[in-house]
Design a protein around this ligand. Structure first.
Ligand code: NIG
Ligand code: FE
Length: 414
């Protein structure tokens, strides 16, 4: 059996020493990134067994010892919101936006999500799987150690099932935990443009029972937005999801003050995601809830929109989470280190806050804090060994570059 000991770790970041794992980090506590300098870490059977300071190193039956002098060790990132399974890139729309069209205008003309759905429905399941697996390996190499992936580019029964089966196959074959969200309510397909009830009925009465009976999804997602799914439609869908045990994680308040935050909280959403359009009332609603606000600044960056009010949320005591939103339209990048840079430079989060947001709070947004998100005894050994660097702040500072030297996945160095 493989028993790995890491020694001379310059800084072991995001350690937890309490008996009970933290289930999130909120408000002012997000400024703290508990760390041990000059540390060791011992892994047995893929799990974190013990750790401490080098001057207090315990004898352990290691089969492998790696000296990581000058390097940091962190828990791998948890990317809690992605659309990593998709069939084609959309750089034409990127150019259309440069030339003055808006994201919403492109969508109204049948581009956007509908464009992705047309391509995905044509693509063979194996081809879709192979392309998606490649992307998954790329983001793992940039430090991602757990991920959520959505459906929502099918918009037909067959297309949605195809996407969810691809996600299931990724789950079965990938070295990292994956959660799946069912997002048939991503946009109205052309055939149902003027028949919203027809599409809602298709989702609720046909798709959901099949998705649930095959165990294909962990969460229910809806793009709650003007021009997409209204608050009332979202409400119907989330209620139906709950009946099948699918908890809500929804797209809310990306393009407008659309009431998405309130309806998500009302339905006990695990998280409400995007939040470009959030003010005091939405923040107040979030404060009185268990729902995690997940910010996706990569989409705001790529669409040239204003950024999420992260400071107000953190200063208001909320457990802010960050995720990439990796998708071919609004954010064609699953690069978490770059996301950290955006969080620091544009959202004015400190590096410690940003790292908390993609580790413990990312795990919380996927209900995985028992397994990942921090360096704690018994948690899965999915870790980042960085290149030599002075401190965690260097990760967002050194922007555009990959901080990862090696990943440890289930205790195995790759
Ligand atoms: O999270 N906002 C809705 N869905 C995706 C983008 C979908 C697309 O443009 O393909 C998002 O930004
Ligand atoms: Fe999204």
């Amino acid at each position: 059996m493989h028993h790995l000991l890491l020694t001379n770790i310059k800084q072991l970041c995001q350690v937890e020493t309490g008996e009970i794992y933290k289930n999130r980090v909120s408000g002012a506590d997000m400024k703290q990134l508990p760390s041990i300098e000059n540390a060791w870490l011992y892994i047995e059977e893929g799990k974190i067994h013990s750790f401490g300071r080098m001057d207090d190193v315990q004898p352990v039956p290691a089969t492998d010892v790696i000296d990581v002098s000058d390097k940091l060790v962190l828990p791998a990132w948890v990317d809690s919101h992605t659309h990593l399974v998709f069939a084609c890139s959309r750089e034409k729309e990127f150019v259309d936006r440069i030339n003055g069209l808006s994201y919403e205008e492109i969508a109204r003309r049948g581009g956007g999500i509908l464009n992705s759905a047309a391509r995905l429905n044509e693509m063979d399941e194996n081809e879709l799987y192979e392309q998606s697996l490649k992307r998954l390996h790329e983001v793992i190499a940039q430090g991602t150690g757990a991920i959520e992936i959505k459906s929502g580019y099918g918009l037909t029964l067959d297309g949605e099932l195809k996407m969810l089966r691809v996600i299931r196959k990724l789950k079965e074959n990938s070295p990292i935990p994956i959660k799946a969200s069912f997002l048939a309510a991503h946009t109205y397909p052309t055939d149902y443009k003027d028949n919203h009830d027809g599409y809602l009925n298709l989702i609720i009465n046909t798709m959901l029972p099949l998705v649930a009976s095959e165990g294909l999804a962990d969460y229910m997602d809806v793009f709650c937005e003007q021009g997409f799914f209204s608050v009332d439609e979202t409400s119907r869908l989330l209620e139906a999801g709950w009946k099948y045990g699918l908890k809500p994680k929804i797209h809310a308040n990306q393009l407008h003050y659309s009431g998405g935050v309130e309806i998500g909280v009302k339905h006990n959403a695990i998280s409400v995601d995007h939040l470009e359009c959030v003010g005091e009332p939405e923040i107040e609603v979030l404060k009185g809830s268990n729902t995690i606000p997940t910010l996706l600044p990569g989409a705001a960056f790529f669409l040239g929109m204003h950024y999420q009010p992260a400071r107000k949320m953190i200063d208001g005591g909320l457990p802010v989470c960050l995720a990439t939103d990796y998708n071919p339209g609004s954010c064609p990048s699953g690069n978490v280190p770059l996301l950290l840079t955006l969080a620091c430079t544009q959202l004015k989060m400190t590096p410690e806050e940003a790292i908390n947001a993609v580790t413990i709070n990312g795990a919380a947004a996927l209900e995985l804090t028992d397994e990942i998100g921090s360096i704690a005894v018994g948690k899965k050994a999915n870790l980042i060994i960085t290149k030599p660097m002075p401190s965690p702040a260097y990760i967002p500072y050194d922007y555009g570059n990959n901080p990862v030297e090696k990943m440890v996945l289930n205790g195995v160095v790759s």
